[in-house]
Design a protein around this ligand. Sequence first.
Ligand code: ZN
Length: 152
Amino acid sequence: MAPGDDLRALYQQIILDHTRHPRNQGRLEGPDCYHARGHNPACGDEVEVWVKFGPQGQIEHIRFEGQGCAISQASASLMTLKLQGATPTAARALLADFHALISGQGQVQNEEALGELRALEGVQKFPQRLRCATLAWKAAEQLLPQAQLPAT
Ligand code: ZN
């Protein structure tokens, strides 16, 4: 086995696991829940994201529904785990790092925060899949300005 094969197998497994058993799947209902939708016509991926913010502006609940390729759905599922509890600032920082990771452009600022998102690092070699991997993230990003930050 060549060095790196173990890691690749592990990453495959993470993606497969999230595709088969998506986390935080479903909708959020209520007047204080926000919703955005993403569509990637090149691949046919659809993702909808729901967010409810907590009193400190943090992402209290996040859920998604979607259909499409494994990359788009696994990325959405991983995203919900990562953004749960995050402040809008932390969410934007993670989004920037995730984009740097999968595009190979820019510097990752916080390696540690990426964790299982590393499973999608291979997207770097397939730039046409970039939109698949970022679809859910862009939908979530649209919702961040809705966070009510406590007055300081
Ligand atoms: Zn796709």
